[in-house]
Design a protein around this ligand. Structure first.
Ligand code: HGY
Ligand code: MN
Ligand code: MN
Length: 410
């Protein structure tokens, strides 16, 4: 093992500087995909990429990839993640993977090391899916899992499309989304869960990503007076939205195992205390590590919705917002992450990812892997998201060595 190590102070400076963009009062970050804040974050990271001598391309879905030449031409060994955040995001979700990639580049530049194969660092458009569904949009298009045209046409709640927003922020690239193929892909990311911290382990060698199923239900009932309408004559969209949310939770509880269910959006109209709601929008996020179990959860949800439609005399329209099957990472790559962590003297655990990540889009097409570092109190998608600098240094050093081992050095 060489004695190359990243500069944690420099990496923390970049993490904090990027975190200033979209900073929320009291901490945390809001840089929703394709917002002005996202543009400002993109501009900063592109400046850093150029200062590091990377050859930067922007593709048609707005993915940005900086390539560092190797001794030979050909597909680069790639790392990266995302810099868009949820509305109550932290400093590390996604950002860590991109900035640790830049730190690896700067460490190699300082050491005057030329790798055999090229290296690349990327950030992918709209990984979060919080504003435009589905999540992993940019990496999904990059890897052929999602249609460029459909994604460009996806609109936000104002009816403005991804394509129009990319033009507006100056990131409607002219390069085909599949122009920079990866020889391998490795992503460093915070765990966003409680496992590593609870077991006092520093590095997660991620074995795979669980399946994701997002559905938006639009319920149409009948507005009526909250006081005069007998209970048996109601077509209450508000009640049905709540029943969908509690039904999802009951299904997850009854299934047990890895099944999780979340209703993160519930909107009612006219949303007034004394009016029976005529319309509701409610989302259900179902996830499971097992595809058959996830399909059973989806079927149970569909049965629940059919029952409610009948019993409550409402109309319910279901729209799939995202659907990704579980992904297993290449066993040799998982072992490479684990062995590298151990060689650096870090504790390591093989574990699945509960969250979706850009790396899962690469897994069907090239050797892919992820490196996790702990999340304090297991929280994320929360302004208090935190990972200690010592843990970040460990993760970035593992990333440096794994990338070097994959790219080879002259
Ligand atoms: O939803 C997810 O798992 C990811 O944060 N986009
Ligand atoms: Mn993320
Ligand atoms: Mn996230």
């Amino acid at each position: 093992m060489n004695n190359l190590r990243i500069d944690i102070d420099r990496l923390m400076r970049r993490i904090r500087a990027l975190g200033e963009i979209g900073a929320l009062e009291g901490g945390g970050v809001c840089r929703l995909a394709l917002s002005d804040e996202d543009k400002a974050g993109r501009d900063l990271v592109v400046r850093w990429m150029r200062e590091l001598g990377l050859d930067v391309t922007v593709d048609r879905i707005g993915n940005v990839i900086g390539v560092r030449a190797g001794a030979v031409q050909g597909p680069p060994v790639m790392t990266g993640s995302h810099i868009d955040t949820v509305a109550t995001g932290g400093l590390y979700d996604g950002n860590l993977g991109v900035l640790a990639g830049l730190e690896v580049i700067e460490t190699l530049n300082e050491a005057g090391i030329t790798t055999h194969h090229p290296l690349a660092v990327g950030f992918f458009t709209n990984e979060e899916g919080a504003r435009f569904a589905p999540d992993m949009m940019g990496s999904g298009v990059h890897q052929g899992a999602l249609s460029l045209e459909e994604c460009l046409a996806t609109v936000d709640s104002d009816g403005v499309s991804v394509g129009e927003h990319l033009e507006r922020i100056g990131y409607a690239g002219n390069v085909a989304a599949d122009s920079v193929r990866a020889r391998a892909f490795v992503e460093l990311h915070v765990e966003q869960g409680p496992v590593l911290e609870k077991e006092n382990i520093v590095i997660g060698a991620v074995t795979g990503v669980q399946g994701i199923s997002w559905t938006q239900y639009t319920v149409t009932g009948t507005s009526n007076h909250a006081g005069t309408t007998p209970m048996n004559l109601r077509h209450d969209a508000g009640y049905v939205a709540a029943a969908i949310a509690t039904g999802a939770r009951r299904i997850a509880r009854e299934m047990g195992g890895d099944q999780v269910a979340t209703s993160g959006v519930i909107e009612l109209a006219p949303n007034l205390v004394n009016v029976i709601a005529c319309r509701a929008r409610v989302t259900v996020d179902l996830r499971n590590t097992d595809e058959q179990a996830l399909q059973r959860a989806e079927q149970s949800m569909a049965d629940e919705v059919a029952m409610l439609t009948e019993r409550e005399g409402v109309a319910i329209e279901a729209r799939t917002l995202a659907r990704f099957a579980p992904v297993e990472f290449d066993r040799e790559m998982v072992d490479r992450v684990a062995d590298t962590a151990e060689a650096l003297g870090h504790s390591v655990k093989r574990m699945p990812s509960g969250a979706g990540h850009d790396a899962q889009m690469f897994a069907p097409n090239c050797p892919a892997a992820m490196i996790f570092v702990p999340s304090k109190d297991g929280i994320s998608h929360n302004v208090h998201e935190y990972t200690a600098p010592g843990e970040i240094r460990a993760g970035a050093d593992v990333l440096l060595q794994v990338l070097l081992s994959l790219a080879g050095s002259e």
